[in-house]
Design a protein around this ligand. Sequence first.
Ligand code: G6P
Length: 613
Amino acid sequence: MCGIVGYVGSKQAYPIVIKGLKRLEYRGYDSSGVCIGNRDGITVLKEKGKVSDLEAYAAEKDTSGSISIGHTRWATHGVPNRENAHPHFSGDRKLSLIHNGIIENYDSIKKALINKGHTFKSDTDTEVLVHLIEEIKNHEQVSLFEAVRLALNEVVGAYAIIVMEKGVNNEFIAARKGSPLVIGIGEGEYFVASDASPIVEYTRDVVYLDDGEIALINKDADLEIRTIANVSKTPFIHELELSLEAIEKGGFSSFMLKEIFEQPKSIIDTLRGRINPKTKEITLGGILDYEQKIINADRIIIVACGTSWHAGLIGEYLFEDLARISVEVEYASEFRYRNPIINKNDVVLAISQSGETADSLAALELAKEKGATLLGICNVVGSSIPRLTHAGSYTHAGPEIGVASTKAFTTQIVVLTLMAIKMAQKKGTITKSKYHEIITELELIPKKIEKILKKNDQIKKIAEKFKNATNFLYLGRGYNFPVALEGALKLKEISYIHAEGYPAAEMKHGPIALIDDDMPIVVIATKKGNYDKVVSNIQEVKARGGRLIAIVTEGDTTVKELADYCIEVPDSFDGLSPLLTNIPLQLLSYHIALMRGCDVDMPRNLAKSVTVE
Ligand code: G6P
C-alpha cells in the first residue's frame, strides 16, 4: 500500500528515487510524485497513473538536486489524481511529506487545524499530518525533528513517512509505525524506502526502523534514532542478502511469468538445508524450540489474507490429516474483530508473503494479548510478522514482485508440509514408511513442476478458447478445494473475469444454476482424493452443457472422455498435489489476462502489500 523512497547525499537524487519507485510499484500505482530539493528551493512533480507516466511528465523538467523524496500511491482517502498524489505540503509549502499508511484520527485533527486557520488542497489524511507538524513547529518554536515527534504523539493509525524542509538540503526525517521502512547507509549518503529493493544496488548496510521510531537522516552525520517517547536508540546495522537479479525480470516479459517459471527453483530454496540428505530428518531451525508447544497445542489457528489464506486451508488439511492437530483457518480481518476465543494453549500461525499485511499483524497482536504462542510463515526476511512472532519459518522464495501471488503460495505450502510432517513424526501419527514416502515425493516436486511448465503452449491454446468468457467456475475437493479457490482468485485478480471457486460437491447447492453452454468450468480431478466423487460431479456439469477444462493425473482416461480439454499433471501424494495442480491454473489465468490486454503485474485497484486494514 503505497511505496516511499528518499535519497540524501551528493549524487543526483531524482534518478535514484524514480528507479526506486518503479521497484516499489507493486505497492500501489494509481499516481506518483516527487519533491526534489536544490539551490533554488524545491521542484515538485506529480502525475496520475503509473511511475512511467510521472517519468514522461518529468522528462522535460529540471530534476536536479541531491535530496529527494518520492511516493507511488494506492489510494485510501481521495481519488487518484494530481492533487491527492504525494508529496503533500504544509500551508507555507516549506515542509513536504510522503506517507504510507492511514491516519485514522485525521478528521478531528483536520477540524482543529481548520479552526486555527489552515486550509487544505487535497482530500488526503496525509496533508493533515504535514499541517499538524507545521502547526506544532511554528507554535512551539521547535526543530522539525521535535515537531515530527510531537505530531506523531497525537496521531492514531499507521505510517511510514519522510519529511523534508525547503532550503535544508542535507537532511530529512523518517518515521514508522505499522508500515515498513528501511534505511540504507552509504558513504556520505542515505537511502530510505518501504523495502530494500530501491537500496540494494547502492549499499548492503541497512537499518530497519522499528515501530514508533523516528530517524534524523543527515548526509554529513551518523544516523540518529529516537522513539516517539523521546528515548534515544542505537541503530542496529543489518547486512542485506537480497540480490539485484532477484528483483529484475531476467528476460521474462513480466514478473508474474518469471515467478511462475521460478517455482521449481524457489521450492528447492525452500527445502534447502531442511531435509537431511541421509536420514531424511526435517529441521526447521526457526521453530525448533517451539515444536513441543505445537504438538501439545489445543489447536492451531491460522490467520492470513488473500492467497496466503488459501495456503492456510491446505495447511489445515495437512496438519489434521498427518499430525492430527486440530486447525482453524481464519481471515485475519474477521478474526481480529469478532471477539474470538483464544487460549494460552493455542498456537496462532500467521501466513504472509510480505510479512506486513495490516490485518494479519493485528490478528497476531490480539493473540499476543491473550497469551497464545505466535508463529509465522513469511517470505520477506526481517518484515514485521517475523519480528512480532515467537518463532517461524521463512519460505525463501526470493522477492515476489508480481501483484498476483504465485511462487509465494507454492512455497508456503511447502513450509506447511514440512511443519506438518515433522509434527506428525514427533507425535507418531504417521508411520516411518509414510514419512519417507512423503519426503521422497516432496523432493520430486520441483522436477514435476518443470514438466508441467513445459505444457505452457498447450495451456495458452486453451486460454485462447476461453478468453472471452465472462464467468468461470472452479471446482475441487479435499486438498484441491483450496486450489479451486486460488485458481478463481488468480483469474479474477488479473483478467477481471468473474470467477468462483467451490468444493465440487457443493456445486449442487447453488452454482449449478449458473451452468449453461457458455459457462467454463475448471475442475481438478487428480487420481487420488475422492476421484470417483469428482468424476460424478463432472458428469453433473456435462449433463448441463458446461464447457470443461480438467486438471487430471497423467494417463487418466475416464475424465478425458468427459472433459473438453485436459491438462495432465504428474501423480503424487494427495497432500502434495496442490503444488502441481495449481501451476496450470496460474498459467491459464496468466494467458487469459494477457490476451485480454490486462497488465498482469499491476492489475487495477490491487496492491501487493496491504498495509491498511
Ligand atoms: C494482497 C496481495 C495478495 C496477497 C494478500 C495477502 O491482496 O495482492 O497477493 O495474497 O495481499 O498478502 P500477504 O503478504 O500477507 O501474503
